[in-house]
Structures are given as C-alpha cells and as structure tokens.
Design a protein around this ligand. Sequence first.
Ligand code: NJP
Length: 228
Amino acid sequence: SRRTIYITGASTGIGAATARAAVAQGWAVVGLARSKARLGALADELGDAFLAVAGDVAAQADQARAVEAGIERFGRLDAAFANAGLGASVPGTEAGDPENWRQMIDVNIWGALLTAKVALPALRGRRGHFLVTGSRAGRVSLKGSVYGATKWFVHGWAANLAEEMREWGGRCTVIAPGMVDTPFFDSPRPEGLRAEDVARAVLYALEQPPGMAVGEVTLMPNPAGAQE
Ligand code: NJP
C-alpha cells in the first residue's frame, strides 16, 4: 500500500502544492479544508491518490473524521502535516481586532494541536512523521503581531512534541518559510517564495531515512538571486 499523509489547509497555497508534490512521489494524500469546491478541483486533478475531506481544523470531530476516512481508504497513515493557517493582516495589538485574534488562535494553534491529537495514535504504529507550518514570524519579532505570536507557539510546541515522539521513533518537523506567494495574502507577492518551494522542503523532510529527523527547515525568498 502507498505511504499516506494527512494535510490540513490542502485546498490552496502550500497545502495544495504539497499534495501535488506528495502524489508525484507516490504518496496517497488525505486533504482537509473548508472549501469543497477547491478541494474537489484538486481531487479531479490528482485522481485516486487524493481523498478530499471538507471540514474545519478547529473542530476535532472534523479532523478525526478525515483521519478515519484516510485510513479506511488507504489502509495506513504515515505522516500528518498541520498546515492550515491564516492571519496575513497584522495591524498590531492596539489596533488589532480581537475576533481576528480568536480566529488565528483557533486555526493556527488549536487546529494544529488537534491535527496532532487525532493523527498521533495512527502515526505511533508506523513510527510516523508530524510536520507543522511555522513561520519566520515564529522566530523573529514583528511589531505588535499576534499572528507571529501564534507561530511562536507552534515552534515552541513542536520542539516539545519532537521530544515526545522521539520516544517511539517518531519525527516532528517545523517548516518555517518567509513570505510565500499564496492566497494567504489578498494580492500577489512576486517577491515571495513559490508554494512549490515549500512543498519541496516538506518532501525533503519526509524522504529522509527514518534514523534522521529534520527538526526545522527555514526557507527565505531570495528575489535578487532569481533575476537573470
Ligand atoms: O495560505 P493559503 P498558505 N479549517 O491561504 C485552509 C503559513 N505561512 O498556503 O478552509 C480548515 O493559500 C484554507 O482552506 P479553506 C500560514 O500561516 C504562510 O500560505 O478552504 N482549513 C487553505 O487551504 C499557514 O499556516 C506564509 O479556506 C482552513 C489553507 O488553510 C500555512 O503557511 C508565510 C481553515 C491556507 O492556505 C499555509 O498558508 C509563513 C479552517 N478553519 C507561513 N482556515 C505566506 N504565505 O507568506 C484556513 O511564514 N484553512
């Protein structure tokens, strides 16, 4: 049977690019996001190797259903990628909207925790791999940014989870990009990384021999380097 990965936030951006890259490497993918239409288009593109599950990462039952459906369809779960996230507009703490903070906490923190909660029992049996999308913003200070602080949580938690998983031979990787040109922003970011660049880093971490764990991959755009 095919190695199987559960990806949240699979409908666009980094999640969709990772689904494509994983399928190209022979993985089966269970993809979760809220948008049925976008997931359906990706399922049409990727065929049998992709199972779309519409759901909200902040709802434990939705994520549990996705993992169960994936195991039923593909027979196993080898990896989970907690990637769903939002929060590009960062007006700071004084000017920020508390409803927006709640949303970022629900998706970026709570949603990622729930991905681990529902996937770890299956991953343990395969000495599996958990990956999560952190950020450059989870490593540096960004004036007033609550978004950045949700990613500081992700980095801190993932370091602790890595120790927990190591006890049974599991691996935990943080993918920490700088700016990526995705629908995360409401306008194009040509100076940013491509979603495909980030997907390559995910596959790099996934494809290492099991005796080696990639703890964190930092990816920075290099627009001057891309010029002819
Ligand atoms: O953004 P985007 P990215 N339940 O908007 C989904 C981090 N990051 O690929 O639900 C379930 O294309 C949403 O789908 P839908 C960032 O923080 C980015 O750039 O259908 N899914 C979509 O598939 C995030 O953690 C940059 O709307 C939910 C996906 O999440 C990760 O990269 C830099 C959901 C978001 O895709 C992927 O973001 C960086 C929910 N409640 C870190 N809410 C960057 N772009 O510059 C959203 O350092 N989604």
